[in-house]
Design a binder for this molecule. Sequence first.
Ligand SMILES: *Cc1c(COP(=O)(O)O)cnc(C)c1O
Length: 485
Amino acid sequence: MDATEFRKRGKEMVDYVADYLEKIEKRQVFPDVEPGYLRTLIPDCAPQDPESFEDVFKDIEKIIMPGVTHWHSPYFFAYFPSASSFPALLADMLCGGIGCVGFSWAASPACTELETVMLDWLGKMISLPEEFLAGRDGQGGGVIQGSASEATLVALLAARTKTIRRVRSEKPELTEADIMGRLVAYASDQAHSSVERAALISGVKMKSVPSDDTFAVHGSALKKILDEDKASGLIPFFFCATLGTTPCCSFDKLLELGPICNKENIWMHIDAAYAGSAFICPEFRHFLNGVEFADSFNFNPHKWLLVNFDCSAMWVKKRSDLIGAFKLEPLYLQHHHQESGLITDYRHWQIPLGRRFRSLKLWFVLRMYGVTGLQEHIRKHVRLSHQFEHLVLQDERFEICAEVVLGLVCFRLKGSNELNKALLKSINEAKKIHLVPCHLREKFVLRFAICSRTVESTHVKFAWQHISQLATELLKTWEQNHQQQ
Ligand SMILES: *Cc1c(COP(=O)(O)O)cnc(C)c1O
């Protein structure tokens, strides 16, 4: 394909994507395929001779689309949202066009510098304390990671190195291996599984801190477990607080937890993967109070801020903590600007070496929506979740299982877990909408997450009527079966 054909095909592809998104509502939200469906539809090996664009293009509808779960359908209410907007799609195209690998400042100065400035913009939008911003010569600053999981891992690894160095300077008789064996990280029993995985990858122990009956962790719960662990010779070094937990969007009590972590030399990382986007609205910013005690903070614009995957924003108060843990300088990666204090080489802030020009997506979206446009998007989703909550509350057969704060509603039929599993099964088998469940303590709960950028009140109403009707049918047969026993 030469540039002339690319111009033509590029425009066709834009039309295809625009049509796809404009008419996505007409597609069944969840596909009908069985595992292994695709292998039977395509050849065993790559073609020896080139094929035409037409050949490839016509296979999109034939081979790919039948197996796509349509995350941007207004009938998709599963997981948490995956952001999407036209400005972000266009920026991603430009990113692909430039195609640089921005591991150091010199590898593509704009790639590094735009990222630093965008993370300052974004930090100011959620009123992060000054210490987290890069400014002209700050100690802190932001970086775009691929995912919240990576951000947690990076924070945990930096905390591990920092702690090992501190303990060795205090107790030189301990070896690194002695210290490693005693390190303990902590997170809520409601924390995302990626936190436990970060500990697993890092080779340190991880303990759950019990949350209260609103699924939030208090200072007292952390304090209790820290006291026990210190008494038995362990070294607590890392706590991951969650703002907006994945099962039910609960918020750990930062103002209680932060001072404890600071006093005990424990790195506090905050995982606000989903909820963080809401902090651009003044009415939700209070959830972030206490961030001033944290060492690192992370949220995903790729979840709820209209920036397509991947874009996970992470800030640290002391960039030296990351660089101190991860910096290696082989000759082929050094450059002559390195001595300047103004240089950021993002490869020291992350696990991979290579990185895409992801800040273009932020730049396009922040400019073309403006803060007010993004606030409207968040507020609309919150309004719709309250609409759904209201519909659930009007039906005596159902209960709400956790406070509805942002765009997530946890609900269930009053009754057994088996009954609720059967309800979810009938919803997902009908494939008119798509939901996923969670456990809240011993209860099996259905999660209704407002996801699509284009979802409206009518879709929410439809979803509720559909669920309610399936519940009626289910309860009829359920009671008959029950009477027979
Ligand atoms: C979604 C989510 C994650 C995982 O996000 P990735 O960016 O996919 O790693 C982590 N923590 C919380 C609280 C989440 O909701």
